[in-house]
Ligand binder design. Structure first.
Ligand SMILES: [Zn+2]
Length: 485
């Protein structure tokens, strides 16, 4: 059937039907579909050549034809014949109305419904109905406790913490914890369970790898066997203590807390918080303390023509002049700019946040006050004391204080000290008198230091005279390094 869409309604133009020839009945369903299409294009060539034709069918014959890697003679001939038409395929379900039913009667699919299911689909899913159990026992001078966490396949955590009001060894407490966990699992009708414990001894004893030597633990072992039978799959695994923190904590908690006699249990909920308690509160308080924004009077004047109460004529005129620079759009006050977008007027808390984010936020270059004000205006915000506030803000920015261009020039003038050659200039001094005196009663040291290399020549004396100094100079300086100029 050929139909044309006029004003949203499909109108039938042409009906065609064809009886398949004997050899054509042996075509596959898709080939029959292609045959129908080719045949229709032959018959309705004059309609189809000039228009885009939407082919409505269950399967896409065009895709079948044009995507086929190897073509036999018949199909390649069809392909060439169809190439001159502008054909588009639409799956059948997207066409509504009577046309579809007509079409269905004309072209009943041979195999009926298309089978969308993959073979062996069940193989792709994993077995997720297994629960996990973590247990730990604690025994200390305060008492004994058992901690258990049951984790459902959907990762729901069920914590159980039990205080053991009787004397138990650490190993016994572990057994108690394990049994409490298993019983809870039975109560929840859990059939597959993985049990994790951080005591190598207990895990190996329960899974019967090790023998139970202690008499105190034997009854536990026997009792556990009776519980084991109620599970379809039960697996014991050892895990290091650091991975069993929560069960450990629950057990410790139960062992530490003394539950009052009248109470049967202590309710406990552990919440998770990512922020300190004051996070949201402080910000709100600041805003509450803030008085009305600076533009309230202007806003009220433009919005309702109202002046603030108790104002002089002069002040009213000033307000009128000021208000002429602003407009209201969607309940917000804007300052129109001749060469850019309207600037949104913002109140005090917002100005601080804006300055912070533009000056020091993501990609904030920590610019100076004037640049900051200009940049804020470019971002589309305005308040009357922008430039002054920005200057003040930049002055109080700690990063700017630390990383600003610091002056490293020394406070006094620098003189360059050069030496024409090493050992050209010496300084000489006497150290003394030294107490206690050295070997042989030496109390004075004569020291000469070269200015350039800092080479030291020194000699000690019991008594220092001009003769000694002359000898020192002659022997250690002149003879070795020459006469200083
Ligand atoms: Zn800064």
């Amino acid at each position: 059937m050929l139909a044309q869409e006029v004003e949203g309604k499909e109108k039938a133009i042409y009906y065609l039907s064809k009886k398949l020839l004997e050899y054509e009945t042996r075509y596959t369903t898709l080939e029959k579909l292609c045959l129908a299409l080719v045949w229709a294009t032959k018959k309705l060539r004059h309609y189809m050549l000039t228009h885009t034709v939407y082919v409505v069918s269950k399967m896409d014959p065009l895709k079948f034809l044009f995507d086929k890697p190897a073509l036999n003679g018949r199909i390649s001939r069809w392909m060439v014949m169809l190439a001159e038409f502008d054909l588009k395929f639409i799956p059948q379900k997207s066409i509504k109305g009577a046309v579809v039913s007509d079409f269905l009667t004309d072209f009943p699919g041979e195999s009926g419904e298309v089978n969308y299911e993959f073979p062996d689909e069940h193989l792709c899913t994993t077995n997720t109905d297994s629960w996990e159990l973590y247990f730990d026992g604690a025994s200390n001078q305060n008492g004994c406790g058992a901690g258990v966490i049951l984790i459902s396949p959907d990762k729901e955590h069920i914590p159980i913490s039990v205080r053991l009001d009787f004397e138990a060894t650490n190993n016994a407490a572990e057994y108690e914890a394990c049994i409490i966990g298993l019983k809870a699992a039975i109560a929840l009708n859990i059939k597959k369970l993985q049990v994790h414990g951080d005591s190598l001894l207990i895990i190996n004893q329960i899974s019967k790898k090790w023998k139970v030597r202690s008499e105190g633990l034997t009854p536990y072992q026997i009792y556990l066997e009776t519980i084991d039978e109620q599970f379809d799959e039960l697996e014991y695994k050892y895990l290091p203590r650091k991975d069993n923190q929560f069960a450990d904590a629950l057990a410790k908690l139960a062992s530490m807390v003394n539950i009052p006699k009248e109470l049967k249990e202590m309710p406990l909920v552990i919440e998770k918080r990512h922020e300190p308690a004051y996070v949201n509160a402080l910000d709100d308080n600041n805003e509450n303390e803030e008085e009305t924004p600076w533009y309230t009077d202007i806003f009220n004047y433009i919005d309702q023509g109202e002046y603030p109460p108790n104002t002089t004529k002069r002040a009213q005129r000033a307000l009128r002049l000021l208000a002429s620079q602003f407009i209201i759009r969607h309940g917000n006050l804007y300052k129109p700019m001749t060469d850019g977008p309207h600037l949104l007027c913002i109140d005090k808390p917002q100005t601080v946040r804006t300055m912070e984010s533009i000056h020091a936020g993501e990609c904030g270059p920590h610019m100076g006050g004037k640049t900051l004000a200009q940049k804020i205006m470019r971002q589309g915000y305005f308040w009357t004391t922008m430039e002054r506030d920005c200057h003040q803000f930049v002055k109080t920015c700690p990063e700017c204080q630390i990383h600003a261009n610091l002056q490293h020039v020394p406070p006094s003038m620098l003189y360059s000290l050069t030496s024409p050659w090493p050992f050209s200039t010496w300084g000489i001094d006497i150290i003394g008198k030294i107490t206690p005196s050295g070997v042989g009663g030496h109390e004075y040291v004569l020291v000469a230091i070269d200015y350039f290399t800092k080479w030291v020549e020194a000699q000690s004396y019991a008594k220092l005279t001009a003769k000694h100094v002359a000898k020192f100079l002659e022997r250690t300086i002149f003879c070795r390094y020459g006469v200083p100029p």
